[in-house]
Design a protein around this ligand. Structure first.
Ligand SMILES: C[S@@+](CC[C@H](N)C(=O)[O-])C[C@H]1O[C@@H](n2cnc3c(N)ncnc32)[C@H](O)[C@@H]1O
Length: 292
């Protein structure tokens, strides 16, 4: 199980220049960022959050060598306000999206490249949230088309939504959905796509199932309440997320909450993209809140 941390050097470089004795890693994943921070800054303590209990277990095992300097909580960052002493950290880091562990575990249903149940919940213990299979079954055609367009920018959103609703039997597996998409999109379009024909639909469903937009909005409003000095770092992989982070930073700046540290987003170097193609869409933005 491995996840190559994205723009790790850039994250460490930023943190180095600010107070960093207490760091909150809001998207722990497999603990790549946390491990590097604990190694680079021997005096710091890190609290890791993740909504995925499997990620928490794997990261805790990996980071147990750091003893009491590291602790973890299973939590959605959208409920940041519930974290004890949440406004006492010097640094808050959020590396949004899914981890490679989640994508490459077929039973989690995130991958269009391997067969598994259509689940896609980042927290599979959360029985209150819909699985991708339930979403495809229960939502009407217009709602599905809107999800595919808004979260996947899929040009064929309406055709695919219509095909899903026409399908003779319930879609149970990732392979069922991939075959349906392949059967629906015209061959010349598929040849020209330059990416897997199901990629955008899978991304859109994942964002919907996990309410990723709602989580990020709730997180930004919780952070906007803080009135202490803190460094906030976001790495996002989707234009919707990056736009929301950029807009919120501008609002914070004009409300006098602090300063934007990245006038333009930082992006991975060519070397990093060559090493880790999945990093290519990463955008890093940072803000420093002053005491107010
Ligand atoms: C890109 S990975 C983080 C990888 C990590 N930086 C590393 O280097 O190993 C994103 C992680 O954020 C978690 N996540 C996504 N949305 C979340 C949310 N709303 N609340 C808490 N964790 C979330 C996912 O479960 C996933 O493990």
């Amino acid at each position: 199980m491995h996840h190559e941390p994205v723009m790790l050097n850039e994250v460490l470089e930023l943190i180095k220049n600010f107070p960093h004795s207490k760091i909150l890693d809001g998207t722990l994943g497999l603990g790549g960022y946390s491990e590097a921070m604990l190694e680079a800054f021997p005096e710091c303590r890190v609290l890791g959050l993740d909504r995925d209990s499997q990620a928490i277990d794997l990261a805790c095992e990996r980071l147990k060598v750091f003893g009491e300097r590291f602790s973890a909580l299973q939590k959605n960052f959208g409920s940041l306000g519930d974290v004890p002493d949440v406004n006492s950290f010097d640094v808050y880091v959020f590396d949004l999206g899914v981890s490679n562990m989640q994508i490459t575990t077929p039973e989690r249903g995130f991958s269009f490249q391997s067969d598994g149940p259509l689940d896609m919940r980042m927290n599979p213990d959360d029985e209150s949230s819909m699985t991708a299979r339930e979403a495809l079954q229960q939502l009407d055609e217009r709602t599905l088309a809107k999800i595919f367009w808004d979260y996947g920018e899929e040009r064929f959103s309406r055709q695919i939504a219509a095909a899903i609703k026409r399908y003779r039997k319930p879609l149970e597996t990732t392979s069922d959905l991939v075959s349906l998409i392949r059967d629906t999109l015209p061959q010349p379009v598929q040849r020209k796509m330059g990416t897997h024909p199901a990629r955008r639909i899978f991304q859109a469903l994942r964002i919907f199932v996990n309410d990723e937009a709602g989580e990020l909005e709730a997180l930004m409003s919780a952070l906007g309440e803080f009135s202490h000095e803190a460094l906030m770092i976001f790495v996002s992989y989707h234009s919707l997320e990056d736009r929301l982070v950029k807009k919120t930073f501008r609002e914070w700046h004009s409300d006098g909450l602090g300063k934007i540290l990245t006038r333009r987003p930082v992006t991975p170097s060519d070397d990093e993209i060559a090493r880790n193609y999945k990093a290519r869409s990463g955008k890093l933005r940072a803000f420093f809140t002053t005491r107010h």
